[in-house]
Design a protein around this ligand. Structure first.
Ligand code: SAM
Ligand code: SF4
Length: 331
């Protein structure tokens, strides 16, 4: 097995996130404006053959974990074909997906058969009306059914990604955490991140991970535990007797850049070494100009070498310097 490529700050980059579409069937207010975002043209989006080629090359370079994301990956046609192909790449240790769960009831079993073993599902509330006010679509029930379908299909771990916003869903921190007692679910509280595409959000809506943790400590004793798949960017805790864990992810208040092992490929074929940077390296032209694997590997290595040491965002929301919304980068 080849050692994964190293960046200029001695971080091993072994995790590739593939955004396969910029389209989405929700309009979460922390992610995009109500009218959505301008869509990429069909021909701008990488074809599956192109995405698969990058995945094969990345694994050949030593990257062993791949996550499929978007936009909403389940809205792209023939997704199962892509998953089946990528999951069979020799040397790949983990293929996962991040979804809003709306279509998961329909796809959970076939995703499992296509090689998906780990899933992250976004869920910010347990209330139908609040779900509508956050996502602008009334489909809480579908998402909940999707979560149960993933469980039934045998996908594990199932992580729920929850973005807490003051005045919107901060009153549900405890209830969301208690899901880990009743179900084998791992609930991850993620700090709200400021993007140009969510300009209507204000700094006062930001809730720090320290505050979330303080609230959780007040409900019951919390044990610090290893995460469901070892340690990533989250700190993990378990409520006494709970089946699942609680993860706290603090990209803003306690950034985890020193441990960042990620490389992203956007739906239109740009490599991004940092979620918050505007720097991108184009791969699409290389893929479409019949470039050799070696020249693509060289371009990926150069991009990785230029990965910034850290981002410079802060909880004051004083900087929103992004060229693209989260749905277009691939969260
Ligand atoms: N559509 C899929 C979904 O929602 O799970 C995948 C793409 S979405 C961009 C990936 C993750 O980014 C979601 O868990 C979402 O909650 C998170 N996200 C989007 N905008 C965010 C923001 N402003 N702050 C924190 N997390 C955000
Ligand atoms: Fe769509 Fe995911 Fe963005 Fe929500 S967070 S609008 S589901 S891409």
């Amino acid at each position: 097995m080849v050692a994964p490529p190293m960046d200029g700050f001695h971080r091993r980059i072994d995790y590739l996130r593939l955004s396969i579409t910029d389209r989405c069937n929700l309009r979460c207010r922390y992610c995009m404006p109500s009218q959505g975002i301008p869509k990429l043209k069909h021909e701008e989006i990488l074809r599956y053959e192109e995405i698969m080629r990058v995945a094969h090359i990345a694994v050949r370079m030593g990257m062993s974990k791949i996550r499929i994301t978007g936009g909403e990956p389940l809205v792209r046609k023939d997704l199962l074909y892509l998953c089946e192909n990528i999951s069979k790449i020799p040397g790949l240790s983990s293929l996962s997906i991040t979804t809003n769960g709306v279509l998961l009831g329909r796809f959970a079993e076939s995703l499992f058969s296509a090689g998906i073993r780990r899933i992250n599902i976004s869920l910010d509330t347990l209330k139908r009306d609040k779900f509508f006010s956050i996502t602008r679509v009334d489909c809480f029930e579908e998402v909940w059914r999707g979560i149960l379908a993933a469980q039934k299909a045998g996908i594990s771990p199932i992580k729920l990604n929850t973005v807490i916003m003051r005045g919107t869903n901060d009153d549900e921190i405890e209830d969301l955490a208690r899901l880990t007692v009743d179900y084998p679910l791992h609930v991850r509280f993620i700090e709200l991140m400021p993007f140009q595409s969510n300009e209507s959000l204000t700094q006062s809506e930001f809730v720090s991970s320290d505050e979330i943790l303080e609230r959780l400590h007040a409900i019951a004793p919390l044990d610090h535990v290893p995460g469901p798949e070892g340690n990533g960017p989250a700190s993990h805790f378990r409520l006494s007797g709970a089946q699942g864990t609680i993860g706290i992810i603090s990209p803003i208040s306690h950034h985890f850049c020193a441990e960042c092992n990620r490389l992203r490929l956007t739906a239109d074929g740009k490599l991004r070494t940092c979620l918050f940077s505007t720097e991108e390296t184009d791969l699409r032209d290389l893929l479409r100009d019949s470039a050799s694997d070696e020249s693509i590997i060289q371009t990926i290595r150069e991009a990785i070498r230029s990965k910034p040491e850290r981002h410079t965002l802060d909880r004051a929301f004083s900087r929103k310097c992004f060229s693209r919304p989260m749905s277009a980068i691939g969260g």
